[in-house]
Ligand binder design. Structure first.
Ligand code: GDP
Ligand code: IMO
Ligand code: MG
Length: 433
């Protein structure tokens, strides 16, 4: 059963898009399982750069079936514009499939996302404003609309009849008005239904059949472990399970369907939005990482907060996701720093803590305990040379950095990445999947 999952080990933006696209060379299916257009996955192929939000990263490759699973929340307008973008590059959407059970992000979800953030004031989560939280909240409250509903006018009208008045009341309580009347919303949704009809299907059947038939299925995670609704830095998280647990419910597959888990880990740490970040740097090094790493959000353009690699976070991710190997990205960005710090534990109220705390107030008192390693010159690791010569040609101190991470996490590094491009990658895996 050759299946593989790609999961973010930190706060998202680890380079999952790049790694998924790289691994998709061998895939028959690439399946997104959770999140929505809050995700921004960047892929660089030759001179083309793609920023995907809803479309699975497999869509760039020919002959790969790209599946949007039931666990996603779909903004139809965003999906339409991504498909337009795809067509402008000369590609088609023929290989796209969308779950009939995926929930729809309605225009009022975006509106409510903004209003709720404003109401939180200084305690705001710093959401992407894409309506993700309100849409998942409606899903759980059984007040959602699903993609399959867009194909059934009578049922859709019944649903809106029940849901819309509740939403109007809620919006009023937040001091806003819904932009669209119920009848107009119905017409918009039916238009989307017509547009996406060819792609909407029972994707759980499709994915399970593919697994049964020995096809190679790659599950593409969105966000990252520390944004997981249960195991992230709650309440400064997103509204889905972005750990590997989300694959089962989000794609409709049993736990046994996930054989290998690749934890994508940036060589340092970044975070967009609010919430605790123990190894955050507010100094020139933080600024250096932000500039050299181009750390600005793919979805919102916001600057990403930067800091040293945090192994408490990475070990948390390894355990929760069952990571079997790591893909280390952005090693090139660390070049020319004289020394590198890696956080190995936290000091909380004078105690050494090596597991990520569940309490946000304890976490806010955590101070990083660092080990320091020597850096390397950027000139000693130009990606073209490195990829040609392989692991043995890496600067000695970079190999020490990688060894340190392997030992500390207990997980081998299978892939290392030195740049945005597909080819700027060293593959250390003994066997492909
Ligand atoms: P994702 O959300 O996990 O897919 O990550 P994003 O695409 O949001 O952000 C990662 C950014 O880093 C993108 O701009 C990638 O093109 C870029 N990137 C990925 N791997 C590398 C790498 O090894 N080196 C450098 N310099 N950039 C990388
Ligand atoms: P990818 O898949 C980084 C963050 C937001 C905010 C919090 C909640 O590209 O790694 P939301 O809009 O989901 O309600 O926002 O989660 N966030 C991300 N940060 N990468 C992402 O996705 C993210 N998706 C959501 O910045 O802090
Ligand atoms: Mg991203």
């Amino acid at each position: 059963m050759p299946t593989l999952a790609v999961i973010g080990s930190q706060w998202g933006d680890e380079g999952k898009g790049k790694i998924t696209d790289y691994l998709a060379e061998d895939a028959d299916l690439v399946v997104r399982c959770q999140g929505g257009a809050n995700a921004g996955h960047t892929i660089k192929v030759g001179n083309e750069v793609f920023a995907l939000h809803l479309l699975p990263s497999g869509i760039i490759r020919e002959n790969v079936l790209s599946v949007i699973g039931n666990g996603l929340v779909i903004d139809c307008e965003e999906l339409r514009s991504e498909l337009d973008m795809l067509r402008r590059t000369g590609r088609t959407a023929d290989m796209l499939r969308i779950s009939d059970r995926a929930n729809v992000v309605l225009p009022y979800h975006r509106l409510l996302d903004g209003a709720e953030e404003r109401a939180r004031g200084a305690k705001g989560v710093g959401t992407t404003g894409r309506g993700i939280g309100p849409c998942y909240a409606d899903k759980v409250a059984r007040a959602g609309i699903r993609m399959g509903d867009l194909l059934d006018e009578v049922y859709l009208w019944e649903r809106l009849d029940t849901i819309y008045p509740q939403k109007e009341k809620f919006a009023q309580s937040l001091g806003i008005r819904l932009e669209q009347e119920k009848a107009s919303l119905l017409r918009t949704l039916l238009e989307y239904g017509n547009l996406f009809r060819p792609y909407i299907t029972d994707t759980s059947v499709l994915v399970n059949d593919a697994i049964r038939d020995g096809k190679k299925v790659l599950f593409e995670g969105a966000q990252g472990t520390m944004l997981d609704i249960d195991y992230g830095t709650y309440p400064y998280v997103t509204s889905s399970n972005c750990t590997s647990s989300g694959i089962c419910t989000g794609a409709g597959v049993p736990p046994s369907a996930v054989q290998e888990v690749v934890g994508v880990t940036k060589a340092y740490t970044t975070r967009v939005g609010a919430g605790p970040f123990v190894t955050e740097l507010h100094d020139a090094v933080g600024l250096h990482l932000q500039n050299v790493g181009g750390e600005f959000g793919t979805t919102t353009g916001r600057p990403r907060r930067c800091g040293w690699l945090d192994m408490v976070v990475v070990r948390h991710a390894v355990r929760l996701n069952g990571v079997t190997s790591m893909a280390m990205t952005k090693l090139d960005v660390l070049g020319d720093l004289p020394s590198l710090k890696v956080c190995v534990a936290y000091d909380i109220d004078g105690q050494v803590v090596s597991e990520f705390p569940g309490s946000i107030s304890r976490l806010s008192r955590a101070k990083p305990i660092y080990e320091e390693l020597d850096g390397w010159a950027a000139a000693s690791c130009r990606s073209a040379d490195i990829v040609r010569k392989g692991y043995a040609a890496l600067p000695k101190n970079m190999r020490k950095y990688l060894d340190f991470i392997t030992t500390n996490s207990g997980v081998p590094i299978g892939i290392i990445s030195f740049g945005k491009g597909r080819e700027e990658t060293i593959d250390l895996r003994r066997r492909k999947w």
